[in-house]
Design a protein around this ligand. Structure first.
Ligand code: ZN
Length: 255
């Protein structure tokens, strides 16, 4: 079983297309939310995500861009992009985004996995440090391997012998397509972020995603990917839409 894991596409069509072109063969897809917001191709990206099938967990931007939550928690740039997206989205995609389930979500075929946007205990929580991750590992009734998004940082946390450790894939350069495989140790628990397709914030400008593989009794593996894409084209769409310049500039630095 090979599961493609996408998150935080954020209406970036060029990044999404590059990821799909680079993605290895897979049986299923899961999307950890924030399909829209920030970038300028919400309808095109909804179209692609819906066509792929598979569970899609709702993200905070999916809620804010369809009026499910107000914008008071958002900073000015995020609020402006959410307002723009509310107007740009066609009715059918709005309704679909509003219908997305709140995490945790599970798949019958892979009961060891759980999918969330923020954290297992709170869909809006940012899992940015070991103490927050540790608190989530201690929550009862969660799966051994929990996949999350929201932070736009590829990597995650492993819980071994009562201690939580942070990990991130190590890449040699920030050019070209790169991949990094992690073999999961049976008995240990994981919080894994595939990274953000459409607005990475870990200092690497390339689009990010991951592939989870489980075959028979062999230990499961997660391969992290980074894929270059046409940033200039995504930026030009942001300028043409009169969205805040900051949203375009940050794509080039992955911040
Ligand atoms: Zn996001």
């Amino acid at each position: 079983m090979r599961l493609l894991v996408l998150s935080d596409v954020h209406a970036n069509l060029e990044a999404m297309e590059a990821c799909l072109a680079a993605a290895p063969a897979h049986d299923r897809v899961v999307n950890l939310g924030d399909v829209v917001g920030y970038n300028a191709s919400p309808n095109e990206v909804c179209e692609l995500v819906r066509a792929m099938g598979g569970p899609v967990v709702r993200g905070n931007h999916d809620r804010a861009c369809t009026g499910l939550t107000d914008l008071s928690e958002f900073n000015l740039v995020a609020a402006l992009s959410a307002q723009w997206t509310q107007i740009a989205l066609v009715r059918g995609h709005q309704n679909w985004l509003r219908s997305l389930p709140q995490g945790p979500v599970r798949l019958d075929e892979l009961p060891e996995l759980e999918f969330v946007h923020g954290s297992p205990r709170d869909e809006d929580e940012y899992l940015l440090n070991a103490s927050t991750a540790s608190a989530n590992f201690r929550e009862p009734d969660h799966a051994d391997v929990m996949m999350f998004g929201h932070t736009h940082v590829q990597g995650g946390f492993v819980y071994q012998e009562g201690k939580t450790h942070y990990f991130a894939p190590g890449y040699d350069t920030m050019e070209g397509v790169a991949e990094f495989t992690l073999t999961l140790t049976p008995g240990e628990r994981y919080l894994i972020n595939p990274g953000s397709v459409g607005q990475p914030r870990d200092g690497d400008w390339r689009a990010a995603f991951a592939l989870y593989e489980k075959n028979g009794k062999a230990p499961a593996r997660v391969t992290f990917y980074r894929v270059p894409y046409n940033v200039k084209k995504a930026q030009d769409r942001i300028f043409a839409a009169s969205l805040p310049e900051r949203l375009a500039l940050r794509l080039a630095t992955g911040r």
